[in-house]
Design a protein around this ligand. Structure first.
Ligand SMILES: NC(=O)c1ccc[n+]([C@@H]2O[C@H](COP(=O)([O-])OP(=O)(O)OC[C@H]3O[C@@H](n4cnc5c(N)ncnc54)[C@H](O)[C@@H]3O)[C@@H](O)[C@H]2O)c1
Length: 314
């Protein structure tokens, strides 16, 4: 989807962090933006930036887990700014980082409902409208590098981000030949407020982060007498500004990228994962010629998805 001018972007989780960065990047690219978020007050605080800069934007309060509410929000968005051309399923939450066997079922339900079902609700509500409208359109869902190469101790978060990555790869396959494209956005660290807002939008019935026993991390050994303590880097340097992430997504949509990544530093970890998988295939057997013929000529869709070939070198 090359031409974004005067097109309508619908961004969830847009009152903060990456979603807000995306909304600003879309506005700068000439789009009209619906900023969608559960937190109305936070929307009210960020909206003036758009009018002050002469951009057309509206705020829409929505809990992405509310299926009926989603339809009403999409109707409201289209009544204000016309047909939706870009959907970004970006709203997300985290839960306390504990090994899975220490997780509560409440946390399981909370994070899977927002991060997976919330994104599904966006697709089921808005993609049929995009197909019907017929104009070039694009869907992005925010996954994470941790959905592709897992972070120890964050099973619930990782699995929701892996789920939406698989969802978008399949969606991109199913949308081939239509007017709608699809991308997985898997950022590395970006300036955002997930560890704060997740506890603001968390149902009151769930335990608070403070009530959850944190993982025990061994403290670094004290310096030996006369030795300088190790100099720690400025960890904030690992994160990129949310507006830069937004610009990266804008470019990814215009190029029709299947994957949109932010940090080149994560490439070797992803490569290591796929190399480990390649090493795991049996080497003591050669492919069975009959089976190979069946897969090659009748069930190619099981063994090799052409969607992966659509990703160009950036
Ligand atoms: N910041 C990072 O480093 C990073 C890295 C990888 C992936 N991500 C993903 O990016 C997305 C945004 O993260 P962020 O860091 O900008 O967080 P953030 O907290 O700054 O923004 C998230 C927004 O989502 C909203 N939200 C939460 N639940 C909602 C619901 N049910 N309905 C509607 N809105 C809801 C919150 O109110 C908040 O405004 C998340 O999906 C997160 O998992 C973030």
């Amino acid at each position: 989807m090359k031409d974004l001018k005067n097109k309508h972007a619908f961004v969830t989780g847009a009152a903060s962090g990456i979603g807000l960065g995306l909304a600003k990047a879309f506005a700068k690219a000439g789009m009209n933006v619906s900023l969608v978020d559960l937190r109305q007050k936070a929307l009210d605080e960020v909206l003036p930036w758009f009018s002050e800069h002469g951009y057309k934007a509206q705020g829409i309060a929505l809990d992405v887990t509310d299926r009926e509410g989603y339809v009403t929000a999409a109707d409201k968005a289209e009544a204000g700014l016309g047909p939706i051309h870009v959907l970004v399923n970006n709203a997300g939450v985290e839960v306390p980082m504990v090994p899975l066997w220490q997780s509560t079922y409440d946390d399981v339900d909370f994070i899977t409902t927002v991060n997976i079902k919330g994104a599904i609700n966006g697709i089921i509500t808005i993609v049929p409208r995009m197909l019907k409208n017929g104009e070039p359109a694009h869907v992005v869902t925010t996954s994470s590098q941790s959905g592709l190469s897992v972070v120890p101790g964050a099973t619930l978060y990782n699995l929701t981000k892996a789920a939406v990555a698989a969802m978008m790869e399949t969606l991109a396959s199913d949308l081939q030949g239509t007017n709608v494209g699809a991308s997985v956005f898997a950022p590395g660290p970006v300036q955002g407020n997930l560890s704060k807002t997740s506890y603001e939008v968390r149902p009151a019935s769930l335990p608070n982060q403070a009530e959850v026993k944190p993982r025990e991390v061994a403290p670094p050994p004290p310096p030996k007498p006369g030795e300088e303590p190790p100099k720690m880097p400025d960890f904030s340097k690992a994160t990129i500004p949310a507006e830069d992430a937004g610009d990266i997504v804008v470019r990814g949509i215009q190029r029709g990228d299947l994957y949109i990544f932010t940090h080149p530093e994560f490439k070797s970890g992803i490569q290591a994962k796929f190399e480990s998988m390649a090493r795991a295939y049996p080497t003591d057997q050669t492919p069975d010629p009959e089976r190979e013929d069946i897969f090659k000529n009748y069930f190619t869709f099981l063994t090799s998805n052409p969607i992966y070939k659509t990703q160009e070198q950036r």
